[in-house]
Every structure is written in C-alpha cells, then in structure tokens.
Design a protein around this ligand. Sequence first.
Ligand code: GLA
Length: 685
Amino acid sequence: MAIRYLTEKKIFQLDTEHTTYLIGLTPEGYVGHIYYGGRLKGEGNNYLLRMGEAPFTPSVNLREKSAFLDFFPMEYPTGGIGDYRESCLNVRGESGSIGCELLFDSYQIRKGKPKLEGLPASFGSEEEVETLEILCRDEVLKLQVVLSYSVFGKCDVITRSLRVENAGEEHLKLEKIYSACLDMDNQDFEMVTLAGSWARERHIQRGRIRFGKQMVSSVRGESSHQEHPFMALVTPDTTQESGKVYAMNFVYSGNFVAQTELAQFGNVRMVMGIHPENFCWNLRPGEHFQAPECVLTYSDAGLGQMTRNFHDFYRGHLIRSPFLYGKRPVLINNWEATYFDFDSQKLLEIAREAKKAGIEMLVMDDGWFGKRNFDDNSLGDWTVNEEKITSGLLDLVEKVNEIGMEFGIWFEPEMISPDSELYRAHPDWAIQIEGRRPTQCRAQYVLDLSRPEVVDYAYQCVSNILHSAPIAYVKWDMNRQLCDIGSSYLDRESQGELLHRYVLGVYEMQERLVQEFPKLLLENCSGGGARFDLGMLYYSPQIWCSDDVDAVERLRIQEGTALIYPLAAMGAHIPGQVELCHRYQPLIQRGDYYRLASWTMEKPFDCWEVAEKDGSQALVTFVQVLAQPNTHSRFIYLKGLTEDAAYKLEGTEEVYSGEELMKCGYPVPSQKGDFRSYLYHFVRM
Ligand code: GLA
C-alpha cells in the first residue's frame, strides 16, 4: 500500500519505492509536514513536528499560535495568521481582510488518480497510483480545501494539487494560490534552476541559498524563455551520482513562482504555484477553483537519478501521444529556407530535394494565410493565400504526398494582427487595457481567450484547415508574451482572472485538437522554446526547444532541457543525419539518459549517454567543444550496462566488458580541432 493513515499517531505515510513522505496532524488540526526523503522501513513518528519547543517569548502556552506557527513545518501554509514565511493561500473575505486558517476535517485514500478539471495533469492506472485527499476547512470563511497527493510508487514521484471551494455565503477572492510547499531544515542547500533568454533557453544555474527569499518566476503569460517552472534543492556535495535532491516541476504553462525561503531558524520553505501578480480569482458561494499540479521527486543518488525519475514519469504518466514511442518523421521546414517568400512551386522543390535525403515530411511554416508576406499582418485570418498556394491547399498536400512525403503546417492560433480582417471585425477580441495604447510585439496582439467565442473561433480555424487536406503535423507557435492585461469581456471584478483563463483557453483548444485529430503529431513552439513545459507536454510529445540551431550553443540548451524532460521531447535539427536518427530513435525514445560530462572552459568537452533499460545497448555522444594542445585520450565512464556482459563497439572489432566500460572507462582518443564529435554505439553481445 502506497498510502497509509496511522490512526493512533495521526500520520499519513506515503511510500514510493525509494522515498517516504510523512504528513502529521497537530492536536488542533494543523496539517504538518513531517518528512520527505529516503524510504523508511518503519513507520513515521510525530516527534519530528517538534511541537514541544518553547518560543523566544516566555510564553507558557506552547499551543498559542505565535508560539509555534512561524516555525512549524506546514503542509500548506496560509496567509494572515502568524506564520510569517511565504504563504501558499491568500483569501480575502467580504470584510476586506486577508486571513485563512485551515484545519483538518477528514481524508480519503483512493486507488488511481482523478482528472483535474480543465487542466493538464499526470495520470495512471489503479495499480500505478494512489491518491490521498485531505479535506481542510476554514470555519470563518467557510472555505473547504482538498489537498491532493498522488503517489506513483515506481517512479518515486508524488504529485500535489488542490481544489478550494466556497461553501459559505460570502463572495471570496483568491489572491494567491500555490500548488505545493515543502518545509525542511536547511542542509546547506544549493538551488538548481534553469534560466536564459530567446535562443539560449534553460541554461543550468546553481548556487547556495541565503537567508531570505530566492525565486524564479514568470509574469509574461507563459512559462517563458527567461525562467523555468522547475526548482531543485540539492546538498552541496551533489553530483550526477550522489547527493540529496528535492525537485519540483510545475504542470502549467502560464505565470508561475518557484521559490525558496531560508528563514530565521535555519528552516527552508520551497513553494511552487501560479504567480500571484495580477491574479485574483472570484470565488462566489458554491464556486470552486482547481490549482494546477506540481510534480515532486526526491533522489539521494544525485541529479542523474532525479532526471531519470522525471523522464520515466513523464513518459509513463504525462505524455499521451501515440508518437511517444511511435516513429516520428524527420521533417523539413521551409522557414529558414524561404521565410515569407514562397509559393507552391518552391515548396514542392524543397520537398523533392528533401525526399532524396530521406526526409519524410514537409512543414509549411508561417506565411501561407491571409495576405501575410511579412510578419505585420493577417494573424487571425486563417484562410489559404491562393496567390502563394496557387492551386489550393488540398492540391499542394496531395502533390507533396505523391512525392512520398507527409505534410505539416504552422499556426499561431492565439494571436491577432492589428492589420487583419479579424481585428477589423472584432477589435475587442484582443487583450488590451481600455484607454491605454496597447503594446505591439512583432506587430501583433494576443487574443482574449477568456472569451469563449474567441476560443471557439481560433480552434475552428485550425480544425477547418486540418479537415481540408490530409495534414499529419501541426507546429503550434506562440510568438509574443502577454502584457496590457485587460479584457473587454470580463467585468471589473474579474480582470484578475484573465491570465489564468487565457491558459485554460489554450488548454481547451489543444485538448479539442488532440481529441478531434488523435493521429496528428502536434509540436508546440513559442518563439523558440518559451513554452517548453509540462502543460504543453501533455498535449504534444515534442516541443521546439530553441530557435538557436548552432550545434555548440545547443549543448547547454539541451543539457538544461534534458535535466528534466525526456530527450525525445526536444524538437531538434539533425542536419544530414537522417539515417542515424531513424536508427537510434527508438533507443532515444525509451532509454535511460546519463550525463557523463558538462563542458566548461577548463574541461571543454561534453558527453552524454542513452542506455537501453535492460543494458543491451548504449549510445554515447562526445563533443570536443574546444581543442586543447598536447592532450592524450581521456576516459569516459559508461552507465547502465550489464557488468559481466561483453559489448562490441559498432563499426569496429573492439570488444569490452560492461564492467570495464563502467569502472575503468573507455578512452576517447585525442582529436585535433575544435567542434569535433564522436558517436559511439556499444551493443551487448
Ligand atoms: C517563431 C518560430 C520559428 C518560425 C517563426 C515564424 O519564431 O520559433 O521557427 O516558425 O516563428 O514566424
């Protein structure tokens, strides 16, 4: 049993294969966090809540709130009642004051995992996952909060989310609602995050935490190029193979916060959720709100184990597409070849040439619709430009199919150009603040997806095109971040709902798309890799990683991305390597990823490996970024092989034992010249 309630001790014990998570109840009903870490063989105990420690004031009443709340490890801290650290839930009642105090009411343990209304979320069968729901109440606000914990035993993952419901008569306002919190004592933690910008997304950052709050976040309306909805706290000794790692990753594609706070007594609070800036959700009597899911994993075997936990979890329990393990086409996209300057003839020429190189799909990128010959018009007018696509889309697709290639198409469904038929007809469909000159980025506005008719319109445009011809692939782009957050559809009181409603609108469209076209290969993209997140991964098995296609620049982008996301989720260029790509695709889709070296100026080489889970083969990429003078060969130490088996290095007569390759290492020969790489395929004999 993954989840138990220890009645006498009032403890919930959540066990995965290698981890345990303990939640305890205090006498008054606070829900406390006892422990998260390596698997306990025995039962958890309440002493870990440290309820008997006196505060700094000579108070005699240890159960007075001020005596312990600011120190107590809370499962889900609320604002306004005496815990001065970061709160997860702020609710304003009709009195105008903020304050919420959640006390335990009841619980339920069930097999499987319920869906989260309107949101992407992980899933699993009744054998794979169990869910604990803890119902808490605030008696003053008449607020009910269900804290959900889903335990995926095999993957060492626990997911968290919550649902709040207004069971009273007052009009409540949710001003902040995070999805997860982890209170711990500091273990000299360092914080690992991903940061970057356009064309250099998700570079790994690591640094020691200090007193106070350190966060990464986005208020851009999307998860963003700049910061990423992921955070790990690691002990200082942490490497790929050793050290303790506590990691959180958010299943959400909009504004987020991921924060660590080192507080006065050396205790650490790690939180993750929707960014409270410009967020305010009305919760009228009887209404409820579902917070997005947060994925937690713990590893005491370093970052590599965290990575493999996440990869296995997303492959097994988040990505739904038949292309997860199915064969994916190698495609050619006309964007960099033509930009807006193309027509049917040019596309067919590209297709014919590409076919010769073994490429299997032609993707027609931006510029095929409205009168779009430049990026300053026509978004929203999703009708084929027959001056370019001269004999119509169906004819073009059929001709591409006759060449022996599939056809894919680009859309940017969430946008509207000021110069478009759509904007002329519906200026109120754009996100804008009344009376304020709206910001144009790439000469476009963002559609107000809080308006149901806009979601319908935008979705229908995509659907109509897909019904008009046999289209096998969609690249769903999103090329600007959100600002001027105003909706002419929402009333004054509801403007703070716009950003989250926008994300829900995107999810609704993508859900309709994958339901209506289950065989479609959907690839999300956002001006490069600004929406490479778990929300998107639920709909599309691959996401455009970055517009940067420079092979060396990609090393850091791909290392950061692969720190949490499966390799096959990364859309990537493979110039001239079509045959290799096909040969190794199944291994890359299924295998275990090991990071063997990360390049720095001092150690200018990069190396990673993908090993079949049963150890039967391993593929190793070694990149010598910069050459150093006068070097010899250097060892790399493989992982995931069978110790007592023999391995043949493909293309040679060389044979090594698994033990040798893992313990003694394989000597990569010295090479003259920068930017050299090797690909090694070891196959068990
Ligand atoms: C974004 C994408 C590109 C291309 C252009 C088209 O920048 O990342 O690959 O599709 O939009 O406008």
